[in-house]
Design a protein around this ligand. Structure first.
Ligand code: PLP
Length: 345
């Protein structure tokens, strides 16, 4: 297999730091982050808390650690987490909720990763000591396995109200929250208002090499700091990487609109290929498509494209996922689509 990848549509995690970002990293003011003395980390946390309208924030190495620490703070062993069955916390975090917090899971059957308030009401356990305690509802904005689908603000408000009626906490996996915000024009803080805790990933569409920021009340963040230390997530001169995050918040948010435009172009190009079907219609930067009508196995398509230095991810033998991001230009999107079209025709 060719290791050189020219057009990388595998994931928005594949970006390399831009020249401006690297310069900002090189010039970062630093201190000891464990002692909360790193000015760049402190600045990034303040900036993110303000962006999300929350009291405080915490810099962590990854989004996965943000999710797991939030679960650890909100849940005691035996407590139950309600989320869509496709949620990243259920499918892609190595069983973290069970292994770390000792939490039970209650997977819901949503539509493209999005469930409703009735489903929350129906999933609440009774007060009998035989039953686990319903404790936390998790929403994913945008829903990754749901095709980058966007939770409408009203739906999130309904989920919030239903959860609070039963005394539950609500957490948002906001790996691609900024994509949702740019796509809809709804401020991130409006989405954030419907949840107790949330985080944004710096390494997805925002294009940083490392890091994610978790936000919530001061009390929540104080508790999260303890877990950050316990899990080995407390760092030293982390300002070098926090500076990339600050750069991204200043320069890489509005441009997410280009990624969404490129995803729509890709949808049109793929839909025009005989036997290919895009589903669902992309609302942000993720494009899921079914290739079964072409007679090709998705794994073979991916392999053949790799020979042309193009990488598109495989979901299973019939389905693929292509992701747009700041390292793929519109002309590269067309180039990749030309190659895909030529290959299967
Ligand atoms: C990528 C992703 C995560 C995990 O983030 P990392 O920074 O890769 O640990 C969590 N949730 C969703 C929806 C994601 O797409």
């Amino acid at each position: 297999m060719n290791d050189i990848i020219n057009i990388n549509l595998y994931s928005d995690t594949q970006t390399r730091p831009s020249a401006g970002m690297l310069r900002a990293m090189g010039e970062a003011e630093v201190g000891d982050e464990q002692h909360r003395q790193d000015p760049s980390v402190n600045h990034l946390c303040r900036k993110t808390a303000d962006l999300l309208g929350k009291e405080a924030a915490l810099f962590l190495p990854s989004g996965t650690m943000c999710n797991q620490i939030a679960i650890l703070v909100h849940c005691s062993p035996g407590d139950e987490i309600i989320a869509d069955k496709t949620a990243h916390i259920f499918t892609s975090e190595s069983g973290g909720p069970a292994a770390l917090a000792g939490a039970m899971v209650f997977p819901l059957e949503g539509e493209n990763g999005i469930f409703n308030a009735d489903q929350v009401h129906e999933s609440i356990r009774g007060s009998s000591l035989h039953e686990p305690r319903s404790r936390l509802v998790v929403v994913e904005q945008t829903s990754n396995r749901g095709g980058g689908s966007i939770w409408p603000l009203e739906r999130l408000q309904e989920i919030h109200d239903a959860s609070k009626e039963h005394g539950l906490m609500v957490h948002m996996d906001g790996a691609r929250l900024m994509n949702a915000s740019v796509a809809t024009g709804v401020p991130a803080s409006d989405y954030a208002e419907t949840v107790d805790s949330l985080w944004i990933d710096l390494t997805k569409g925002l294009g940083c090499p490392v890091g994610a920021v978790l936000a919530g009340t001061q009390e929540f963040i104080d508790a999260a700091w303890r877990w950050k230390h316990r899990l080995g997530g407390a760092m030293r001169q982390a300002g070098v990487i926090a500076a990339a995050g600050i750069w991204a918040l200043d320069h890489h948010i509005q441009r997410l609109a280009e990624d969404h435009e490129n995803a729509r172009i890709m949808e049109q190009r793929i839909s025009a290929i005989n036997g290919m079907k895009v589903d669902p219609s992309p609302q942000s930067n993720l494009v899921f498509f079914d290739v079964s009508g072409t007679g090709w196995d998705a794994r073979d398509i991916s392999k053949e494209l790799r020979k042309q230095e193009i990488w598109i991810g495989v979901i299973d033998q019939n389905n693929m996922r292509a992701v747009t991001h700041l390292d793929v230009s519109q002309s590269q999107i067309h180039q990749a689509m030309d190659a895909l079209n030529t290959l299967v025709n």
